[in-house]
Design a protein around this ligand. Structure first.
Ligand SMILES: [Zn+2]
Ligand SMILES: [Zn+2]
Length: 197
């Protein structure tokens, strides 16, 4: 039988054309994935029963929602090999590697990067579903968390508001100020000043 020709594909990390069947990292992850999926879906007629070269097939097709990296990218640290045992995949297929994924932040519209180490943290430590990706850059996510905390604090103050308490009125004014709601900040500041009279 003639030896099957090796398949080529562009590495999603360095964009160089590589011999897929020679990528040790990819094949190591693929083997682990095939073994685990065959245990879960032992029936060869099941549509979830994985193919021996399933990950290389995905790589060869250049599936743009699925990621792998060549051995040199894994060795240099440009990409990180995935530990698929820690993945929460639903009915999908684990990524073989975490690769730099550029995206545009929905809040500030600036180009941002979903870094390999961040993905490793999201998908292995936090065990987010494998298809999840960030919509905001790190700075905007931090800003959102801060806004949420302020919102919560404000709600607590408003729920327990003593309208004669100048300090509390000033505190609420300050929270509105920090949230960038100037009109409310002014109203509560004036109410506080009136109570001091
Ligand atoms: Zn590469
Ligand atoms: Zn942003």
């Amino acid at each position: 039988m003639p030896k099957r020709k090796h398949r080529q594909a562009k590495c999603p990390s360095c964009h160089q054309t590589k011999d897929l069947d020679n990528q040790k990292g990819l094949r190591r992850v693929e083997k682990m994935w095939v073994d685990s999926q065959r245990m879960r879906h032992p029936n060869p007629n099941s549509s979830f029963h994985p193919l021996e070269d399933g990950m290389r097939l995905l790589a060869a097709r250049g599936h743009n929602h699925w990621f792998w990296a060549c051995d040199s990218c894994l060795a240099s640290g440009k990409a990180i090999e995935a530990d698929i045992r820690k993945h929460n995949i639903g009915l999908g297929t684990s990524f073989a590697a975490y690769v730099e994924r550029p995206f545009i932040c929905e809040d500030c519209q600036k180009p941002s990067m979903f870094s390999p180490s961040e993905q490793q943290y999201w998908f292995e430590t936090l065990q987010f579903l494998i298809w999840v990706y960030p919509k905001q850059c790190a700075a905007c996510r931090k800003k959102r968390r801060h806004q949420k905390a302020l919102q919560k604090q404000l709600q607590q103050e408003l729920a327990t508001l003593d309208p004669n308490d100048a300090n509390q009125l000033f505190k609420i004014s300050e929270l509105y100020e920090q949230m960038g709601i100037e009109s409310k900040a002014t109203i509560f500041h004036n109410r506080g000043t009136n109570q001091q009279r």
